[in-house]
Design a protein around this ligand. Structure first.
Ligand code: M6R
Length: 615
């Protein structure tokens, strides 16, 4: 969490930093700050609130044209979101300035030691402790900034992506990372620093992503030099050519990123299977699987680890893998898995699913599974992300940047990748008939068009949202493949509209949640023709006889549920394992409209951040 951005070069840093912060705001948005340095003086502006508030504040506080600047958008960990706790932070002498994404876990003991040496602290943050530790090391050891950063970082426990400069050295910024992402954009005699490449994509396509435990001195007129923080060993920068373009990270005429990303799903799903799904040849080509086929085919079981929406995609995958490929699957919350001493053997395959590729718990689960000998496969969206690099092999979802905090296209593209893998393994194992396999390939190829058709129910969902926008609670029910969709629908509603929502397997309702049902309770039921239809109809009857309000997602042409439900949203017919790719869409749109009508910030819901890089 938190977004960091920096610039050093020949341009005015202010507009670059501000635009960069706007693009990184998805990472945290409870406060923001900027510092500019013109080689002589610094100007600092920071404030509780969003980058928009920072812009207003900096109108009066920034009076210099710095060619070096740092900016920060915060998701608070240590210290409440207020002006003082916002970054950047100065050291006591005022010479060093830092921005930081992460947590310094042993900051209290360091702070006590520094206080004994006369240091004074103005904020409650761990970051102010770090910048003063660097200052103290620099003074005590008589070393330059880069060395001081290195020595200081060897004394801290925690996670960080930092950028720090010294007012006495106007041509360099020192950066380092452990556990939080940091990219350096390389321009013509200029450098950009950021949590991801979005702040500098219009200036350069060349970037270096720091690995964990690496640092760099970014100096004008010099090539980037990477060093290992632990032992000073030189590391060679791998300069990547970025594929991202500006259009992908802008709203493109939509009011919100979330809506844009919902509407992008037909294209995103197609991009996910493009070049992989060759229905006419009866082939699925996925390099990460092809090269490691034996690992998958000989696996005792597949363990899926993920968080949030990605965990829901993992649950859908459990059904598909077991149903089609007949491989036992366990789906685990990464945060639980990493701390519960699980039994992992060399014959286990662990699949980690993550849109951002930076989720701290998922990353930790991967590291543990690798140490214990499992083969680790990643399903990520962000190219070059930490999880993509940490895994033994993987498959990108190719959904394009997802900026709305609520995951939408990440979910459907993750399911697409996982379905391709399951089908490929099923074919190799012979657990699926040739004809069924071919049917699936053709059906999957047709999914983007069916998603497009499902999106046409947007106006209907807006009407339904109008009826339920003031509800306090909402229940989501589904069975089989659509049980995870119920969980996902409930998560979407609660995270952006702040309405309490629960997802349940429809049959579990009678074991407790049915007590909640009265005429005030909207119940969203996924009741597609191919998923235990008759059983779900019985569940709907149970809700109806207790006066609950039923919003049903049904297959086109449905009669039975349509007669019972208060509202009906149709999705096209498809084979059962693929239904989540369609039934999810109305639930995303329903949440979007309800949140909007309640005046909520759809793209940046309160207390949340897009990448959860702290545990
Ligand atoms: O980047 P990841 O997929 O690892 O993120 C996992 C969760 O933090 C994420 O899915 C979160 O639950 C979303 N806000 C849900 O919309």
């Amino acid at each position: 969490m938190c977004g960091i951005v920096g610039y050093i070069g020949h341009r005015d840093a202010y507009p670059i930093i501000i635009k960069g912060l706007e693009r990184l705001e998805y990472r945290g948005y409870d406060s923001a700050g900027i510092v500019l340095f013109d080689g002589k003086d610094t100007n600092l502006a920071k404030t509780k609130g969003k980058v928009e508030d920072l812009k207003n504040k900096s109108n009066t506080t920034i009076s210099i044209d710095g060619k070096l600047g740092l900016g920060h958008t915060r998701w608070a960990t240590h210290g409440v979101p207020n002006d003082v706790n916002s970054h950047p932070h100065y050291s006591n002498s005022g010479d060093l300035v830092i921005i930081h994404n992460g947590i310094i876990e042993n900051y209290e003991s360091i702070k006590k030691a520094l206080i004994k040496r006369g240091y004074v602290f103005h904020s409650d943050t761990d970051t102010e402790v770090l910048v003063n530790l660097i200052e103290e090391v620099k003074k005590q050891e008589g070393v330059k900034l880069g060395k001081a950063v290195q020595i200081a970082l060897n004394q801290v426990v925690g996670a960080y992506a930092i950028a720090v400069f010294d007012k006495n050295k106007s041509d360099e910024i020192v950066v380092a990372r452990l556990g939080s992402p940091l990219a350096i954009g390389i321009g013509e005699n200029e450098y950009f620093i950021a949590s991801d490449a979005s702040p500098f994509i219009e200036f350069t396509n060349n970037a270096v992503y720091l690995e964990d435990e690496e640092m760099a001195i970014v100096r004008l007129g010099k090539e980037i030099k990477l060093r290992k923080i632990k032992d000073d060993a030189i590391a060679y920068p791998n300069i990547l050519e970025l594929q991202m373009n500006l259009e992908e990270i802008e709203k493109g005429g939509y009011d919100h990123f979330m809506l844009k990303e919902i509407y992008e799903q037909p294209r995103a799903i197609l991009d996910t299977y493009r070049g992989r799904l060759l229905a006419d040849q009866g082939l699925i080509k996925m390099a990460g699987i092809d090269q490691n086929l034996e690992k998958f085919l000989n696996a005792n079981r597949i363990i899926i680890v993920a968080c949030g929406t990605s965990w829901h995609a993992g649950l859908v995958a459990e059904y598909i893998f077991e149903d089609l490929a007949r491989i036992p699957v366990e789906v685990e919350y990464a945060s639980e898995f990493r701390y519960r001493n699980p039994v992992i053997t060399e014959n286990d395959v662990l699949i980690a699913i993550s849109q951002s590729g930076e989720t701290a718990d998922t990353l930790a689960a991967i590291k543990m599974a690798k140490e214990r000998g499992a083969f680790v496969f990643g399903v990520c969206n962000v190219v070059g992300s930490s999880i993509a690099r940490e895994t033994d092999a993987g498959a990108y979802t190719h959904a394009g940047p997802e900026i709305g905090v609520a995951s939408t296209k990440a979910f459907t593209t993750q399911i697409t990748v996982l379905t391709l893998i399951a089908l490929k393994l099923a074919k190799e194992k012979g657990s699926i008939s040739e004809s069924k396999y071919h049917e699936f390939l053709v059906e999957l190829e047709g999914i983007p068009a069916k998603v497009e058709k499902t999106l046409a129910s947007n106006a209907l969902l807006e009407d339904i949202a109008e009826v339920y926008k003031d509800s306090s609670n909402c229940l989501y029910l589904g069975r089989g493949y659509n049980f995870p969709v119920a969980l996902e629908g409930a998560l979407k509603l609660k995270e952006i509209s702040y309405i309490h929502a629960e997802g349940y397997p429809a049959a579990e309702m009678k074991h407790g949640p049915i007590a909640l049902i009265d005429e005030e309770m909207p119940v969203v039921v996924i009741a597609t023709r191919r998923g235990h239809y008759e059983k779900v109809v019985s569940n709907i009857q149970e809700i109806k006889s207790r006066s609950g309000k039923i919003i049903a997602v049904v297959t086109e042409g449905d009669v039975q549920v349509t007669e019972l439900a208060d509202h009906v949203v149709e999705v096209p017919e498809t084979s059962e394992p693929l239904t989540p790719l369609l039934t999810t869409i109305p639930l995303q749109l329903l949440s979007y409209h309800i949140a909007l009508m309640r005046g909520c910030n759809v793209d940046q819901p309160r207390n949340l951040a897009k990448s959860v890089t702290v545990e």
